[in-house]
Design a protein around this ligand. Structure first.
Ligand SMILES: NC(=O)c1ccc[n+]([C@@H]2O[C@H](COP(=O)([O-])OP(=O)(O)OC[C@H]3O[C@@H](n4cnc5c(N)ncnc54)[C@H](O)[C@@H]3O)[C@@H](O)[C@H]2O)c1
Ligand SMILES: [Zn+2]
Length: 281
């Protein structure tokens, strides 16, 4: 009896992992969907997640901008404060653990490259030194006025947000140096003031990791096509790639595997298939 297509591809994915000495995880917003987090382009969409912004006719690109913090700081912080609270209370789905287990099984372990700003890989137990957050992190703050190059933890900031209006009702976070408005250390749209020093350090750590791994395999999960940062990095390495994506799973190179599945389902199947992959090596 022929093996169903998905299962055949899962077995190919397991074989790619079994042949590798390190795992590079490249992840976009789709990685968090099975933990209950919204991505901002598909499904219910951005306005479904933030109806108050829909009523105001504001798109993701307009609220996720330094201009929004200049013009409407309580609304901009309402949006980011709501996300900060959401990411803090979200429990990462079991796919994160499966990725950690795969990393533990390979000689060079795993490294994460993500355009997500949500800190979910850290929450799932990945080491901070093994993660590159290419668009920054919502769990860190910086000065809006650029008075200093400091980036500091958002841990002391506990936003209260009115969900109907999407407005911050508690105090805005303040820069400890100039007393001006602080903003998330996240790369926004039309953003010339983002401080990239954390990301630069993380990027260097990733390059060092990539130099050491001789046969890395890339697992790309939930990375969209509109801002293809995570997709491009995976392709740039030239390593074989497993692309997991509910809707955009096509791959162009023959050695790659595309799984048109959700992150949790695909990772669960790969984890079960890893013993099959081992057995058939
Ligand atoms: N959690 C976050 O940190 C977060 C959330 C939304 C947006 N963003 C920011 O916005 C930009 C969004 O770009 P993006 O490419 O990450 O997201 P995107 O919303 O453009 O694309 C999400 C992708 O995930 C796929 N997907 C949806 N559900 C999935 C599932 N259950 N399993 C697997 N795949 C699934 C979709 O088909 C799509 O291709 C990024 O630059 C990021 O900084 C971050
Ligand atoms: Zn300042």
């Amino acid at each position: 009896m022929p093996i169903p297509l998905h299962q055949a591809e899962v077995i190919r994915a397991a074989k790619l992992i079994a042949a590798a000495d390190g795992l590079l995880i490249t992840a976009g917003a789709g990685m968090g969907v099975d933990s209950g987090l919204p991505d901002f382009r598909s499904g219910a969409g951005f306005w479904g997640a933030y109806p108050a912004l829909g009523q105001a006719g504001l798109h993701f690109e307009s609220i996720a901008s330094p201009q929004a913090f200049e013009d409407r700081p309580r609304l901009a912080w309402g949006f980011y404060g709501h996300r900060l609270n959401l990411y803090r209370r979200t429990i990462p789905h079991d796919g994160f653990r499966i990725l950690r287990d795969i990393g533990n099984f390979l000689p060079h372990g795993a490294f994460v490259f993500t355009s997500n700003v949500d800190g979910q890989f850290q929450r799932a137990g990945f080491r901070d030194t093994g993660i590159c957050e290419v668009h920054g992190s919502i769990h860190h703050l910086q000065c809006m006025n650029g008075c200093a190059v400091d980036i500091w933890s958002a841990d002391d900031f506990e936003p209260i947000v009115d969900e109907t209006t999407c407005l911050l009702t508690s105090g805005v976070p303040i820069c400890p140096h100039c007393g001006g408005l602080a903003r998330p250390n996240v790369l926004m749209f039309g953003d010339w003031g983002w401080l990239p020093s954390r990301e630069r350090r993380q990027d260097q750590a990733m390059k060092t990791w990539l130099e050491q791994a001789e046969r890395p395999v890339v697992i790309e999960i939930g990375a969209g096509t509109a801002i293809p940062t995570a997709r491009m990095l995976g392709q740039w390495t030239g390593a074989p790639m497993i692309r997991i994506n509910l809707r955009d799973a096509q791959v162009s190179r023959i050695q790659d595997v595309g799984l048109a599945m959700g992150a949790l389902d695909a990772l669960t199947a790969i984890s079960a298939g890893l013993s099959i992959g081992d057995g058939q090596k």
